[in-house]
Design a binder for this molecule. Structure first.
Ligand code: TNX
Length: 481
């Protein structure tokens, strides 16, 4: 079906304007919106016509998208945009007859804004590029040893004293409450729910820069000492800004009541800005916190989230604590072949009536290098080429019922990425692999590497039009137009 300046779009929803703007960015052609149902492109919502977030899309003489809800319509528009092609006779939509809905309700990406800070404009662009792949959750890692990134009224020194820098002494920053609300609203307009994370009880050195009475003196571990020497990075010093990227040295004071006043205030202020159901309280790599203290903290902190009316989320290590709040959702970041106690810890969330998000580090971690010689990223979980990112099965990693797996999240840790363009180099195309793992049926004719690599290659012109700085991995046959 040809796309020309006379093509009209009819429909009831914000998706019409989103479609018109995206077609213009891609083709330079500005379609018009019409009130007449005879428009060549028709967008409709018919509640219950597909599963939640689902849609049908027919492209013949006309293009008709029927969403089961607003999100479904938005996703139908994204698929339509993937079918735009230019040839010698101009722009056209490829013919299609699609009935589509997601396999998993949870399809997430994470952006670490603590190791390097990314401002509101960058986060909006990240939302645009990932929601176009039908991701529906954005997890923001808002605090770590290197900085605190969201203003909290009750504890104003966090942003005043502990937000100015990033890894390596790069500039930092933080979100005001107005900024944060703007991100949440923008994400909602792209059908993404924001999950805020405050990482506790470890990864808390920055809290101690602002409020020294809340945090223990750094406990240095052998890895941290060796890595810091190898990388030429400074060691953490209590009360001073930390510029390295070593982990496991910090802990809040578990036996001070003031620590829980702090956690409660932060969780309540975040809950108040969070329309979504989840607040993530971290729990990873608390190597400097004795296990009994960690358990006590995990129980109290998950209970505080419940008391604030939200569902706690935590990295899988929190599953080592017997009495985490019932219903807490764990985020598994071990490998596809679990090591040590990782699988047990993850399973404990399910025993407590919760569920799991799969972020297996050796396939979903967007900050791992594609190959040893890639200039950005880390390698501790291995190198991850696009094919390895694609070929894994979220329900086959842990010994839990399939129904306990809510879905997949692909995290981008930002130790080595200083700009959004660098983030995009790591995220694209591998996020597309996780998007398909999370969305598409486990078994389907097109659900395989040979099909995927061709289909992802066809996204190159779209990504270029959107200004996405993707990595042109040589495993993929990239289309020119
Ligand atoms: C492990 S994954 C971490 C992060 C690092 C990341 C780097 C997780 C829960 N913790 O603190 O940024 O590795 O890949």
């Amino acid at each position: 079906m040809p796309i020309t300046a006379t093509t009209r779009v009819h429909g009831p929803s914000p998706a019409v304007a989103q479609l018109i703007d995206a077609v213009e960015r891609r083709t330079g052609i500005r379609l018009s919106a019409t009130d007449e149902a005879s428009g060549e492109i028709e967008l409709l919502i018919d509640h219950g016509s597909s599963a939640p977030e689902g849609y049908t899309l027919e492209i013949g003489e006309r293009a008709i998208i029927v969403g089961a809800d607003e999100a479904g319509l938005f996703y139908g528009v994204q698929t339509l945009l993937q079918l735009l092609r230019q040839d010698d006779s101009g722009w056209a939509l490829l013919g299609a007859d699609v009935a589509d809905s997601p396999r998993f309700p949870r399809r997430g990406v994470m952006l670490d804004v603590a190791r390097h800070f990314f401002g509101v404009g960058d986060v909006k662009r990240f939302i645009d590029s990932t929601s176009a792949l039908k991701f529906n959750h954005l997890h923001l890692h808002l605090s770590d040893d290197q900085g605190w990134r969201v203003h909290i009224d009750a504890w104003p020194l966090l942003t005043e004293r502990a937000s100015a820098t990033s890894v390596g002494g790069d500039p930092g920053g933080f979100y005001t409450k107005a900024d944060y609300r703007e991100i949440v609203a923008y994400a909602a307009s792209r059908h993404m729910i924001v999950i805020p994370e405050i990482d506790l009880p470890g990864h808390t050195h920055a809290i101690g820069v602002a409020y020294p009475e809340l945090v223990e003196a750094p406990v240095l571990n052998d890895n941290l000492i060796a890595d810091s020497a190898r990388l030429g990075q400074p060691l953490p010093v209590a009360g001073e800004t930390y510029l390295g990227w070593g982990v496991g040295h910090s802990s809040v004071r578990i036996h001070e009541e003031r620590t829980y006043d702090f956690v409660r205030d932060v969780v309540h202020e975040l809950a108040e800005m969070t329309p979504g159901a989840y607040i993530h309280i971290g729990g990873d790599e608390s190597l400097g916190t004795p296990q009994a203290d960690f358990d006590l903290f995990a129980e109290r902190a998950t209970a505080i989230v419940v008391e604030a009316g939200k569902i706690p989320m935590a990295w899988h290590e929190m599953g080592s604590a017997t009495n985490i709040a019932e219903g807490t959702v764990g985020q598994y970041w071990g490998k596809t072949t679990p090591e040590g106690t990782h699988a047990e810890e993850a399973a404990h969330f399910v025993e407590r009536g919760g569920a799991l998000i799969m972020s297996a580090a050796d396939v979903t971690y967007l900050d791992m290098k594609y190959a040893e010689d890639f200039p950005l990223g880390l390698t501790w979980a291995g190198t991850i080429d696009v094919r390895s990112a694609y070929e894994w099965e979220p329900t086959a990693v842990l010994d839990v019922p399939d129904t306990a797996i809510l879905g997949v999240e692909a995290p981008l840790w930002s130790e080595t990425t200083r700009t959004l363009g660098e983030v995009e180099q790591l995220v694209f195309p591998r996020a597309a692999a996780q998007a398909e793992v999370a969305w598409s049926p486990r078994e389907a004719p097109e659900r395989g590497w040979e099909s995927f690599r061709v289909r992802v290659g066809a996204l190159a012109p779209l990504w270029k039009a959107e200004g996405i700085d993707f990595h042109p991995a040589d495993e993929i046959p990239w289309s020119a137009r």
